[in-house]
Design a protein around this ligand. Structure first.
Ligand code: BG6
Ligand code: MG
Length: 217
């Protein structure tokens, strides 16, 4: 049996979600907007532009297109400074074990991320070659919760969506994968990921026998 396994990047393979948060918070604070980690959940999985729009809405602030674009690029500069300090030691625990297990069992593996920095991050982590297909923020027009990113990944893997499993840490990502009619595995907090088919706190909680069942059942 050959199934498709699609991984989100930020917050699933690597803990970059905290860097997105810190970078946005610094920018938002500079225009007197503040937000909490709880509100930040609504920024996870969504595109850079949508994230900024949500932050501006919270502060009731409107920006000209020029200023909006400048803020997006300033945010990315702060974010990249964090990313540049990362290497393979930042890969989240047991992600390599899960990737290796799937590879050993000849499964197809894709990345399905909203990030335009995804390829750069995968190269920094030395994980780029682990993926048969990489769909990132530059590959699709409709960001999560639209299913396009996952449907494109399945199409490129030549696997039917119903034979795909998606690992996601964000509500928007779970919604996107559910809309693509894929099976969703939430990585993180069950309160946030309640729409997922199955939830684990992290990859250390996913035994090989569970993966084996996904492949052969
Ligand atoms: C997602 C993150 O993976 O990528 C979001 O969860 C982020 O927080 C989005 O906004 C876009 O990322 P980037 O790197 O293109 O700004
Ligand atoms: Mg994520």
């Amino acid at each position: 049996m050959i199934k498709g396994f699609i991984f989100d990047l930020d917050g699933v393979i690597v803990d970059t979600a905290k860097y997105h948060y810190l970078a946005w918070k610094e920018l938002a604070n500079s225009i007197n907007i503040d937000f909490t980690e709880t509100e930040n959940e609504q920024l996870k999985g969504v595109s850079r532009a949508e994230s900024l729009q949500r932050i501006l809405n919270w502060g009731n602030v409107e920006l000209s297109e020029t200023k909006f674009n400048r803020m997006m690029s300033d945010k990315n500069k702060i974010y990249i400074d964090y990313i540049n300090k990362m290497d393979e030691t930042d890969i989240l625990p047991d992600v390599p074990r899960v990737l290796n297990f799937l590879k050993t069992h000849k499964q197809l593996i894709a990345l399905g991320s909203a990030s335009k920095n995804a390829k750069y991050i995968l190269k920094k982590l030395d994980l780029f070659d682990e993926f048969h297909v990489i769909i990132d923020g530059a590959s699709v027009t409709n960001p999560k919760p639209n299913p396009e990113v996952f449907l494109t990944a399945a199409e490129k893997l030549h696997v039917s969506p119903i034979d795909c499993f998606v690992f996601e840490d964000a509500e928007a990502g779970i919604e996107a994968a559910n809309a693509a009619h894929m099976k969703t595995i939430g990585i993180g907090d069950p309160k946030i990921l309640s729409k997922a088919n199955k939830i684990f706190s992290d990859f250390t909680q996913i035994p090989n026998v569970y993966l084996k069942n996904l492949i052969y059942k």
